[in-house]
Design a protein around this ligand. Sequence first.
Ligand code: FE2
Ligand code: FE2
Length: 286
Amino acid sequence: MRVINLGPDPSLTYRPDIKPLADKDQSEYRNFEGTELFDRVFNTYKLMHTHQTLDFVKRKHVEWSGCTHAKMTMMEAIDSLDKLVDESDPDVDFPNSFHAFQTAEGIRAQHPDKDWFQLVGLIHDVGKSMALWGEPQWAVVGDTFPVGCKFQDSIVFRDTTFKENPDNTDSVLSTECGIYKPKCGLENVLMSWGHDEYLYQVMKFNKCTIPEEGLYMIRFHSFYPWHCGNSYMHLCDDKDVAMLPWVKEFNKFDLYTKSEELPDVENLRPYYQSLIDKYCPGVLQW
Ligand SMILES: [Fe+2]
Ligand SMILES: [Fe+2]
């Protein structure tokens, strides 16, 4: 079977029959072609790759980046994800917040000195709260990719899912650089809309003090065509290249800490609350 890259999103990848790292080779982790889940995931990407255009992304920035949708603390946002029922995954049988704590604890075990990194593990998927406020799944979850330039071959399902996207045949937007200049920096590139970019915007809006490396992890952890596929390097500047190893380091924990051994969330709360209080305290605007 072909191994497909579906991004770090647990809602798209977790299955009780997929064993944790200790039991399975990493390459087998996300291999579920031929299953009912595969079809559902494919349909989510089909919708995403049809409707995520440059124009759509610009509209989403206007809609969400002003952070006018809710006021809540970071811990409340993490807990709110447990209400999220992912239409693409009927098999998830534990709360979404467990993935947050598992990722954070995996990072803590190997990077005990980097509390901001641990916090990034905890909060990285919190932007999925958009789905609770009506945003369709295909604009919240899954791998991301730049819009405004050619959709590269490294994007999952690239061959089959972009045919109805008008940007795919646009004379400018389908060129290698599209509307961008070579090495313009990812900061100047518009990504397909999803929970990465949204949480990054929330962090900036609320003046959270997570270091630059952590903000990169938040903003680009679903950009698999880049951190896994090595494409879009022609748009990267020196800063992006310097940050890439951090995004890759984060990805190890996002993907491979999933386990049937669930964390004792209530015992862990006080420690992670102290990190929230340090880097993104109080009531935040979403
Ligand atoms: Fe995740
Ligand atoms: Fe994610």
